[in-house]
Design a protein around this ligand. Structure first.
Ligand code: UTP
Length: 288
Protein backbone atom coordinates (compact mmCIF):
# COMPACT_ATOMS: atom_id res chain seq x y z
CA UNK A 1 0.00 0.00 0.00
CA UNK A 2 1.37 3.42 -1.02
CA UNK A 3 1.88 5.90 1.83
CA UNK A 4 -0.10 9.16 1.77
CA UNK A 5 2.36 12.02 1.30
CA UNK A 6 0.26 14.57 -0.60
CA UNK A 7 -2.61 16.76 0.53
CA UNK A 8 -5.03 18.98 -1.36
CA UNK A 9 -6.56 21.95 0.47
CA UNK A 10 -9.43 23.56 -1.43
CA UNK A 11 -9.73 27.24 -0.53
CA UNK A 12 -11.46 28.68 -3.59
CA UNK A 13 -14.94 29.04 -2.06
CA UNK A 14 -16.53 32.48 -1.84
CA UNK A 15 -17.13 32.39 1.92
CA UNK A 16 -20.50 34.13 1.55
CA UNK A 17 -21.57 33.31 5.10
CA UNK A 18 -18.86 35.61 6.42
CA UNK A 19 -19.60 38.68 4.30
CA UNK A 20 -18.61 41.45 4.62
CA UNK A 21 -15.45 40.11 6.38
CA UNK A 22 -14.66 37.96 3.33
CA UNK A 23 -15.29 40.61 0.69
CA UNK A 24 -11.53 41.18 0.24
CA UNK A 25 -10.04 38.68 2.69
CA UNK A 26 -10.14 34.91 2.17
CA UNK A 27 -12.28 33.06 4.72
CA UNK A 28 -9.28 30.81 5.37
CA UNK A 29 -7.33 33.80 6.73
CA UNK A 30 -9.85 34.32 9.55
CA UNK A 31 -8.01 33.68 12.83
CA UNK A 32 -8.80 31.18 15.52
CA UNK A 33 -7.28 33.08 18.46
CA UNK A 34 -4.16 34.36 16.66
CA UNK A 35 -3.54 31.95 13.79
CA UNK A 36 -5.41 31.77 10.48
CA UNK A 37 -7.52 28.71 9.68
CA UNK A 38 -5.25 27.80 6.77
CA UNK A 39 -2.17 27.59 9.02
CA UNK A 40 -3.89 25.13 11.36
CA UNK A 41 -4.75 22.97 8.33
CA UNK A 42 -1.18 22.98 7.03
CA UNK A 43 0.20 22.14 10.47
CA UNK A 44 -2.29 19.26 10.81
CA UNK A 45 -1.20 17.92 7.41
CA UNK A 46 2.49 18.13 8.25
CA UNK A 47 1.96 16.47 11.64
CA UNK A 48 0.35 13.57 9.75
CA UNK A 49 3.45 13.07 7.58
CA UNK A 50 2.28 15.02 4.51
CA UNK A 51 5.29 16.28 2.55
CA UNK A 52 3.63 18.11 -0.32
CA UNK A 53 0.53 20.31 -0.25
CA UNK A 54 -1.52 21.92 -3.00
CA UNK A 55 -3.83 24.81 -2.25
CA UNK A 56 -6.70 25.24 -4.70
CA UNK A 57 -7.13 28.98 -4.68
CA UNK A 58 -9.16 31.50 -6.64
CA UNK A 59 -9.35 35.22 -7.30
CA UNK A 60 -8.63 37.29 -4.21
CA UNK A 61 -6.85 34.49 -2.37
CA UNK A 62 -3.26 35.77 -2.84
CA UNK A 63 -3.01 36.76 0.79
CA UNK A 64 -2.44 33.09 1.65
CA UNK A 65 0.68 32.95 -0.54
CA UNK A 66 2.01 36.03 1.24
CA UNK A 67 1.25 34.48 4.62
CA UNK A 68 3.53 31.52 3.88
CA UNK A 69 6.45 33.71 2.80
CA UNK A 70 9.01 36.01 4.38
CA UNK A 71 7.82 39.44 5.48
CA UNK A 72 11.22 41.14 5.27
CA UNK A 73 10.29 44.56 6.67
CA UNK A 74 8.43 43.05 9.59
CA UNK A 75 11.21 40.54 10.32
CA UNK A 76 13.90 43.24 10.16
CA UNK A 77 11.93 45.52 12.49
CA UNK A 78 11.32 42.72 14.99
CA UNK A 79 15.02 41.83 14.82
CA UNK A 80 16.12 45.44 15.48
CA UNK A 81 13.74 45.64 18.44
CA UNK A 82 14.93 42.33 19.87
CA UNK A 83 11.42 40.82 19.64
CA UNK A 84 12.76 37.30 19.14
CA UNK A 85 9.62 35.42 20.16
CA UNK A 86 7.51 37.25 17.58
CA UNK A 87 10.29 36.83 15.00
CA UNK A 88 10.17 33.08 15.47
CA UNK A 89 6.38 33.09 15.06
CA UNK A 90 6.42 35.01 11.76
CA UNK A 91 9.12 32.74 10.38
CA UNK A 92 7.07 29.59 10.90
CA UNK A 93 6.11 28.49 7.42
CA UNK A 94 6.92 25.48 5.26
CA UNK A 95 10.05 25.25 3.10
CA UNK A 96 9.82 26.57 -0.47
CA UNK A 97 8.03 24.16 -2.86
CA UNK A 98 6.31 22.30 0.00
CA UNK A 99 3.17 24.30 -0.84
CA UNK A 100 2.00 24.60 -4.42
CA UNK A 101 -0.87 26.70 -5.69
CA UNK A 102 -3.31 26.37 -8.53
CA UNK A 103 -6.47 28.30 -9.28
CA UNK A 104 -9.99 27.02 -9.62
CA UNK A 105 -11.18 29.63 -12.08
CA UNK A 106 -14.85 29.17 -11.22
CA UNK A 107 -16.24 27.97 -7.89
CA UNK A 108 -18.11 25.01 -9.43
CA UNK A 109 -18.06 22.91 -6.27
CA UNK A 110 -15.74 20.92 -4.02
CA UNK A 111 -15.45 18.04 -6.52
CA UNK A 112 -14.33 20.47 -9.21
CA UNK A 113 -11.81 22.08 -6.81
CA UNK A 114 -10.25 18.67 -6.15
CA UNK A 115 -10.24 17.89 -9.89
CA UNK A 116 -8.00 20.95 -10.34
CA UNK A 117 -5.29 19.03 -8.42
CA UNK A 118 -5.29 15.99 -10.76
CA UNK A 119 -1.77 16.57 -12.16
CA UNK A 120 -0.35 17.21 -8.69
CA UNK A 121 -1.90 14.04 -7.26
CA UNK A 122 -1.06 11.97 -10.34
CA UNK A 123 -1.20 8.29 -9.38
CA UNK A 124 -0.86 8.62 -5.60
CA UNK A 125 -3.27 8.38 -2.69
CA UNK A 126 -3.89 11.82 -1.20
CA UNK A 127 -5.49 13.61 1.72
CA UNK A 128 -8.03 16.43 1.55
CA UNK A 129 -8.46 18.94 4.36
CA UNK A 130 -11.18 21.59 4.35
CA UNK A 131 -9.56 24.30 6.49
CA UNK A 132 -12.89 25.61 7.77
CA UNK A 133 -13.57 22.30 9.53
CA UNK A 134 -11.44 22.17 12.66
CA UNK A 135 -10.93 19.29 15.07
CA UNK A 136 -9.50 20.11 18.48
CA UNK A 137 -7.78 16.88 19.48
CA UNK A 138 -4.72 15.60 21.25
CA UNK A 139 -3.67 13.77 18.07
CA UNK A 140 -4.60 15.55 14.84
CA UNK A 141 -7.64 14.26 12.96
CA UNK A 142 -5.62 13.48 9.82
CA UNK A 143 -3.03 11.58 11.88
CA UNK A 144 -5.84 9.46 13.34
CA UNK A 145 -7.07 8.81 9.80
CA UNK A 146 -3.58 7.77 8.70
CA UNK A 147 -3.61 5.12 11.47
CA UNK A 148 -6.93 3.79 10.14
CA UNK A 149 -5.66 3.96 6.56
CA UNK A 150 -2.69 1.77 7.47
CA UNK A 151 -5.20 -0.85 8.70
CA UNK A 152 -7.85 -0.80 5.96
CA UNK A 153 -6.55 1.26 3.00
CA UNK A 154 -8.98 2.48 0.34
CA UNK A 155 -10.97 5.68 0.78
CA UNK A 156 -11.46 7.02 4.31
CA UNK A 157 -13.47 9.99 5.55
CA UNK A 158 -13.78 11.45 9.04
CA UNK A 159 -17.35 11.13 10.30
CA UNK A 160 -19.52 12.33 13.14
CA UNK A 161 -23.13 11.78 14.21
CA UNK A 162 -25.46 14.66 13.37
CA UNK A 163 -29.09 15.26 14.40
CA UNK A 164 -31.41 13.65 11.82
CA UNK A 165 -32.98 17.01 10.98
CA UNK A 166 -29.54 18.21 9.76
CA UNK A 167 -28.76 15.40 7.28
CA UNK A 168 -29.68 17.72 4.39
CA UNK A 169 -26.53 19.78 5.16
CA UNK A 170 -23.95 16.98 4.86
CA UNK A 171 -22.69 13.94 2.97
CA UNK A 172 -24.21 10.92 4.75
CA UNK A 173 -22.94 7.31 4.87
CA UNK A 174 -25.01 4.21 4.13
CA UNK A 175 -23.38 1.88 6.66
CA UNK A 176 -22.76 -1.82 5.96
CA UNK A 177 -20.93 -2.69 9.19
CA UNK A 178 -19.70 -0.70 12.14
CA UNK A 179 -17.32 -1.51 15.02
CA UNK A 180 -18.01 1.78 16.82
CA UNK A 181 -14.81 3.39 15.53
CA UNK A 182 -14.69 2.48 11.85
CA UNK A 183 -17.88 2.23 9.80
CA UNK A 184 -17.63 0.37 6.49
CA UNK A 185 -19.98 2.03 4.03
CA UNK A 186 -21.80 0.61 1.00
CA UNK A 187 -23.16 3.97 -0.08
CA UNK A 188 -22.90 7.69 0.26
CA UNK A 189 -25.53 10.39 -0.31
CA UNK A 190 -24.97 14.14 -0.52
CA UNK A 191 -27.39 16.21 1.57
CA UNK A 192 -30.31 13.73 1.79
CA UNK A 193 -33.67 14.82 3.23
CA UNK A 194 -33.92 13.62 6.84
CA UNK A 195 -36.65 11.13 5.86
CA UNK A 196 -34.43 9.53 3.16
CA UNK A 197 -31.08 9.62 4.98
CA UNK A 198 -29.60 6.10 5.26
CA UNK A 199 -27.95 7.03 8.60
CA UNK A 200 -26.99 10.09 10.62
CA UNK A 201 -23.27 9.54 10.15
CA UNK A 202 -21.99 12.64 8.40
CA UNK A 203 -18.73 13.41 6.63
CA UNK A 204 -16.61 16.26 7.94
CA UNK A 205 -13.84 17.97 5.99
CA UNK A 206 -11.14 15.28 6.11
CA UNK A 207 -10.62 12.63 3.43
CA UNK A 208 -7.97 10.13 2.35
CA UNK A 209 -8.67 9.19 -1.26
CA UNK A 210 -7.31 6.96 -3.97
CA UNK A 211 -6.48 8.61 -7.31
CA UNK A 212 -9.25 6.55 -8.99
CA UNK A 213 -11.68 9.27 -7.89
CA UNK A 214 -10.41 11.48 -10.74
CA UNK A 215 -11.91 9.17 -13.39
CA UNK A 216 -15.31 10.25 -12.04
CA UNK A 217 -14.44 13.89 -11.37
CA UNK A 218 -13.32 14.11 -15.02
CA UNK A 219 -16.99 13.79 -16.06
CA UNK A 220 -17.73 17.09 -14.29
CA UNK A 221 -21.30 16.07 -13.49
CA UNK A 222 -23.20 18.52 -11.31
CA UNK A 223 -24.98 17.06 -8.28
CA UNK A 224 -26.74 18.47 -5.22
CA UNK A 225 -27.10 22.27 -5.35
CA UNK A 226 -25.92 22.29 -8.99
CA UNK A 227 -22.31 21.85 -7.78
CA UNK A 228 -19.79 19.17 -8.79
CA UNK A 229 -19.74 17.12 -5.60
CA UNK A 230 -16.75 15.18 -4.28
CA UNK A 231 -19.08 12.72 -2.53
CA UNK A 232 -20.72 11.76 -5.87
CA UNK A 233 -17.30 10.84 -7.28
CA UNK A 234 -16.40 8.82 -4.16
CA UNK A 235 -19.76 7.03 -4.37
CA UNK A 236 -18.88 5.97 -7.94
CA UNK A 237 -15.76 4.18 -6.66
CA UNK A 238 -17.59 2.07 -4.05
CA UNK A 239 -17.56 -1.10 -6.17
CA UNK A 240 -13.80 -0.98 -6.65
CA UNK A 241 -12.46 0.71 -3.52
CA UNK A 242 -13.27 -0.02 0.13
CA UNK A 243 -14.79 2.99 1.85
CA UNK A 244 -14.72 3.65 5.60
CA UNK A 245 -15.81 6.43 7.91
CA UNK A 246 -13.61 7.02 10.97
CA UNK A 247 -15.13 8.37 14.17
CA UNK A 248 -12.22 10.58 15.18
CA UNK A 249 -11.39 11.54 18.73
CA UNK A 250 -11.73 15.25 19.42
CA UNK A 251 -14.17 18.12 19.17
CA UNK A 252 -15.17 19.38 15.76
CA UNK A 253 -15.98 22.98 14.93
CA UNK A 254 -17.68 24.00 11.70
CA UNK A 255 -15.80 27.27 11.26
CA UNK A 256 -17.61 27.89 7.96
CA UNK A 257 -20.57 28.93 10.13
CA UNK A 258 -20.44 32.00 12.35
CA UNK A 259 -21.49 30.19 15.54
CA UNK A 260 -18.98 27.36 14.92
CA UNK A 261 -16.23 29.90 14.30
CA UNK A 262 -16.97 31.75 17.55
CA UNK A 263 -17.19 28.47 19.50
CA UNK A 264 -13.81 27.42 18.07
CA UNK A 265 -12.23 30.70 19.14
CA UNK A 266 -13.47 30.20 22.69
CA UNK A 267 -12.46 26.52 22.84
CA UNK A 268 -8.97 27.10 21.42
CA UNK A 269 -8.44 30.09 23.72
CA UNK A 270 -9.41 27.99 26.74
CA UNK A 271 -6.70 25.49 25.72
CA UNK A 272 -4.06 28.24 25.91
CA UNK A 273 -2.21 28.59 29.18
CA UNK A 274 -1.40 32.24 28.44
CA UNK A 275 -5.05 33.27 28.16
CA UNK A 276 -7.42 30.61 29.53
CA UNK A 277 -8.08 32.33 32.86
CA UNK A 278 -8.67 35.78 31.30
CA UNK A 279 -11.05 34.30 28.74
CA UNK A 280 -12.91 32.30 31.40
CA UNK A 281 -13.35 35.49 33.45
CA UNK A 282 -14.53 37.50 30.43
CA UNK A 283 -17.01 34.78 29.50
CA UNK A 284 -18.43 34.58 33.00
CA UNK A 285 -18.90 38.37 33.01
CA UNK A 286 -20.73 38.19 29.67
CA UNK A 287 -22.95 35.34 30.84
CA UNK A 288 -23.89 37.09 34.12
P1 UTP B 1 -18.19 25.75 1.60
O1 UTP B 1 -19.36 24.93 1.33
O2 UTP B 1 -17.89 26.10 3.03
O3 UTP B 1 -18.31 27.08 0.72
O4 UTP B 1 -16.94 25.03 0.96
P2 UTP B 1 -17.59 28.47 0.88
O5 UTP B 1 -17.70 29.18 -0.42
O6 UTP B 1 -16.21 28.31 1.41
O7 UTP B 1 -18.44 29.23 2.01
P3 UTP B 1 -19.94 29.80 1.97
O8 UTP B 1 -20.84 28.60 2.07
O9 UTP B 1 -20.16 30.62 0.73
O10 UTP B 1 -19.99 30.66 3.21
C1 UTP B 1 -16.24 24.00 1.62
C2 UTP B 1 -14.78 24.02 1.21
O11 UTP B 1 -14.65 23.80 -0.19
C3 UTP B 1 -13.98 24.87 -0.84
C4 UTP B 1 -14.14 26.05 0.11
O12 UTP B 1 -13.08 26.98 -0.05
C5 UTP B 1 -14.11 25.37 1.48
O13 UTP B 1 -12.78 25.08 1.90
N1 UTP B 1 -14.58 25.08 -2.16
C6 UTP B 1 -15.93 25.05 -2.31
C7 UTP B 1 -13.77 25.31 -3.24
O14 UTP B 1 -12.51 25.35 -3.14
N2 UTP B 1 -14.33 25.47 -4.47
C8 UTP B 1 -15.67 25.44 -4.65
O15 UTP B 1 -16.12 25.59 -5.81
C9 UTP B 1 -16.49 25.22 -3.54
Amino acid sequence: MKAVRKAVLPVAGLGTRFLPATKCMPKEMLPIVDKPLIQYAIEEAQAAGIASIMLITGRGKNLMEDHFDHAFELERTLELRGRLKELEIVRQFPEPSTIKYTRQQQALGLGHAIWCARDFVNDDPFAVILPDDMVLAERGCLSQMMDAYNDVGGNIVAVTEVPREHTNRYGILDVESDDGRLAKARGLVEKPDPADAPSTLSIIGRYILQPGVFAHLDKKQAGAGGEIQLTDAIAETLDSTPFHGLRYEGRRFDCGSKSGFIAANVAYALEREDMASDVRLALSEIMD
